[in-house]
Design a protein around this ligand. Structure first.
Ligand code: ZN
Ligand code: ZN
Length: 353
């Protein structure tokens, strides 16, 4: 079944049509990659309302959809489609529609508005073969970029330099762009779970956490490794190994049927038993795809049951103020029996000189 027909089949009873404006959802459902478009789908209609720039592109990229040039007024064009197809109850993306857009729809459309949470996000959680192929490539690009960058990391270079090297390597290897601002957090800054690369210079004895991803074919990868510069102290090794043990236990536990929060609990149990529960203040992982963060959650509130072909990250961490932090992150796809890791990059503690 095409994504369009899957979505149609999932349209709740009592909703005649659904309006999709969120760019990720639009691209996922239609294949149309332009920057402006409102997708209107009912059981017997599939339109993309856009402007002059994209009429030809819609025909090429989204053959299941008809392109409508809405010219002066989106609302007039929408109303015309609603009238033509006798739509009286219109679903909207409740987590994307702004208050002012909602008000304008309310004022200008003769339809009952029915905000809905994430019907397309739900479909997006389970990946098809082409999505998985793109994500594998996005992961391979990031992993190879890390390999190429490691020899350039030494005492005296800045976090920003390392981030730039990683970015350039990913772009050279075929990434469309980076998936998010690269996190390069060294020394005491490594206790910031999301410390963006700064001008700080790398020193001997630092932890260095690198968290980065590539986008390929519109799909993201996400990976974290933590290194030590010069030599690792006993305490650094101890903390690192707790995170590694938690990460490996969670990876071994991931399988269809578990709730996201149950996978989180596996890693959290190990970190808490080691006395660092309060230093692991974020969820274990998240779904990933067109967005770096999407469903299903693998955090403490992850209520979605895992299914084959979902992709999640597994990224426990320990962050100790004035000492530093460690995070290890892989991205895995659920298989019928467990999961398959997208990365093969070593997770032993690597000391860089
Ligand atoms: Zn990450
Ligand atoms: Zn992540």
């Amino acid at each position: 079944m095409s994504r369009l027909n899957k979505f149609r089949a999932s349209l709740p009873e009592g909703i005649d049509a659904f309006l999709i404006a969120k760019p990720d959802n639009r691209a996922y459902l239609t294949g149309f990659t332009g920057s402006n478009g409102y997708v209107l789908v009912s059981r017997d209609m599939a339109l993309i309302l856009t402007d002059f720039r994209y009429i030809e592109q819609v025909a090429a990229e989204a053959p299941e959809f008809s392109a409508v040039d809405y010219k002066a007024s989106l609302h007039d064009a929408l109303q015309q489609a609603l009238t033509e197809h006798r739509i009286s109850r219109l679903g909207l993306e409740s987590d994307f529609t702004t208050v002012s857009n909602y008000q304008a729809y309310k004022d200008k459309l003769q339809a009952e508005l029915v905000p809905q949470t994430g019907p397309i996000e739900k479909l997006r959680m389970v990946k098809d073969a082409s999505e998985l192929a793109s994500m594998r490539q996005a992961a391979a690009i990031a992993e190879e970029a890390l390999r190429q960058t490691l020899p350039k990391i030494k005492v005296g270079v800045s976090e920003a330099f390392i981030a730039l090297e990683l970015e350039v390597a990913m772009r050279r290897l075929g990434a469309e762009r980076i998936a998010f601002d690269i996190i390069a957090a060294s020394g005491p800054r490594s206790s910031l779970p999301h410390g963006r690369a700064s001008g700080r210079l790398i020193e001997s004895g630092d932890f260095l956490t690198l968290d980065f991803g590539a986008v390929y074919n519109g799909y993201c990868s996400d990976m974290t490794r933590t290194f030590v510069i010069g030599a690792a102290s006993t305490e650094q090794r101890r903390v690192y190994n707790i995170v590694l043990e938690a990460q490996q236990a969670a990876l071994a536990a991931v399988k269809p049927g578990l709730l996201g929060k149950e996978v989180d609990a596996v890693a959290r149990g190990i970190i808490t038993a080691a006395g660092h529960g309060e230093h692991f203040g974020h969820g274990l992982g998240h779904g990933i795809g067109r967005a770096v963060h999407e469903g299903p959650s693998a955090g403490t509130k992850g209520e979605d049951a895992l299914e084959p072909n979902m992709v999640i990250t597994v990224e426990p961490g320990i962050y100790i103020p004035n000492f530093g932090g460690v995070r290890i992150e892989d991205m895995v796809v659920l298989t019928p029996a467990g999961c398959e890791n997208f990365y093969s990059f070593s997770k032993e503690l690597i000391v860089l000189y």
